[in-house]
Design a protein around this ligand. Structure first.
Ligand code: FPP
Length: 228
């Protein structure tokens, strides 16, 4: 019988921007610039998809601060511009913007843009786009556990899940682009029962057409959740 797994929460590790640029003899930041365009295309696809409710994208990890200062500054500016320029798109697509990760180290300007975008989009219903920013899963789990303890709740799977930065449904499908096959401290708790898909395509070359192919393959996988 044909299987039809429902995809509600999709997560993506967007990898390969630097290699994409290098292969074209361009500076790495060009890859990030093209990558931002793909973020818009994939978000548009997901907002229109009948079952996807949440799209979580790994945009900046706690380890990414180790990159050259110029690249980090570029990524911050790119994000700030993206949120400002795409506000119309968020509204048109009825998409709410959220973040996961510790925003404290970001500049006041960027923090303000993030807060403004969250506020402007808070009532949108078709999709939640979560950007993981200064995100590390171990850091998130420790912060969540401390929150549960400080609120004097019992530490259970449920209380910890609810205290995470990502109080959405469990992730159904996780995709990593660029051929790397590791999780890099991304959503370790939330990916417990997720299907994984690794593609060699570099993020700036990723497209809604390829996403659709991956979703078709996901829909036909046998998800057992520990059963038989
Ligand atoms: C990984 O490629 C990508 C990142 C660390 C940043 C992700 C950023 C974007 C996709 C663009 C900006 C996003 C938004 C939301 C505006 P890499 O640089 O590690 O590539 P490499 O492994 O080939 O060097």
């Amino acid at each position: 019988m044909a299987k039809t797994n429902t995809l509600k929460h999709l997560a993506i590790i967007m990898d390969g921007n630097g290699r994409w640029a290098k292969r074209r003899g361009r500076v790495r930041t060009k890859g990030h610039e093209m990558g931002a365009e793909v973020v818009r295309d994939i978000t548009t696809y997901c907002a229109k998809h009948e079952s996807i409710e949440t799209l979580t994208l790994y945009a900046f990890s706690t380890e990414n601060w180790k990159r050259p200062k110029m690249e980090v500054t570029f990524l911050m500016k790119l994000l700030d511009n993206y949120l400002k320029n795409e506000l119309d798109t968020y509204m048109r697509l009825d998409t709410r913007f959220e973040t996961a990760g510790d925003l404290e180290p970001f500049s006041n300007k960027l923090k303000q843009t993030i807060a403004d975008t969250k506020k402007a989009t808070k009532d949108n219903k078709s999709l939640v786009q979560v950007l993981a920013l200064n995100y590390g899963s171990r850091n998130e789990i420790v912060r969540a556990a401390n929150r549960v303890i400080s609120e004097k709740q019992e530490l259970t799977e449920e209380s910890l899940s609810n205290a995470l930065d990502t109080p959405y449904s469990d992730i159904d499908l996780m995709i990593r682009t660029s051929g790397e096959q590791r999780l890099s401290n991304f959503l370790l708790w939330q990916l417990s029962y997720s299907e994984m898909f690794f593609t060699d395509t570099l993020w700036p070359d990723f497209s809604p057409v390829e996403l659709e192919e991956i979703i078709s393959s996901f829909q036909n996988r046998d998800r057992k959740f520990g059963g038989i």
